[in-house]
Design a protein around this ligand. Sequence first.
Ligand SMILES: Nc1ncnc2c1ncn2[C@@H]1O[C@H](COP(=O)(O)OP(=O)(O)OP(=O)(O)O)[C@@H](O)[C@H]1O
Ligand SMILES: [Mg+2]
Length: 256
Amino acid sequence: MSNPALSADGLSMSFGGHNVVRDMSLNVGTGELVGLIGPNGAGKTTMFNLLAGTLRPKAGVIRLAGEDVTDRSQQGRCGSGLSRSFQIPKPFARMTVLENVMTSAQGQVGENVLSVLIRPGAVAAQERANVARARALIDFVSLSHLEDRPASVLSGGQRKLLELARVLMTEPKVILLDEPAAGVNPALLDLIIDRIADINSRGISILLIEHNMDMIARLCSRVVVMAAGRLLAEGAPQEVTRRPEVVDVYLDGMPS
Ligand SMILES: Nc1ncnc2c1ncn2[C@@H]1O[C@H](COP(=O)(O)OP(=O)(O)OP(=O)(O)O)[C@@H](O)[C@H]1O
Ligand SMILES: [Mg+2]
């Protein structure tokens, strides 16, 4: 059997003595779309920070296509095809939508000052290719009409779409999406669901954090449930979300 696209084995993390992620393991098969669900504060975003390399785990191993990347930086993991979106997107407000997406272009020839001097033609050609790619991605997320507007004019839902284009610009093999539909109005929700399904159908593996259970059920054949930093359950969404222990943690998290 081939290695999963992404796997975490026994991850732990604590903040100020508070164990936020405890012995968490999960994997995402190549081309799979897995949901990561659980009540507020369960440790889902912290898992993303560990997987993406924003945080270093206290214990555990992270593998990308079987290769141990636990000691690799966020940029190093991104270069190996792992890219993540943020729960609260923070685009560069004064940069345009196009410029924001362009910031995620990988391995640009022009980043090396010498190559700008020695191979100006190659730098210009790559810049043109990157602009064309960024435009195609902006079109894919239906933001073409706002391409030259500053990101500050975007609504919450449009920022989530920009975030999706920015993530895709890195040419990822695996993406981590942190609540891509949170705060999105219903008119944009279907578009976001459709685009995520489309991305996955192109073979990109996805780990998706989302509180919207309808969206999870529509997109994922398998979900991993976290509660209080631990793995609570795993299986098909319709079945797992009916289990008493899963119902309990969600009810406990509800205001009384
Ligand atoms: N940098 C940090 N410093 C201290 N505590 C943190 C930090 N980041 C997260 N936490 C704590 O870790 C716990 C898990 O937070 P996390 O953001 O991972 O949860 P989550 O499952 O993503 O929740 P939500 O669904 O609300 O986004 C919470 O108690 C949170 O307060
Ligand atoms: Mg979170």
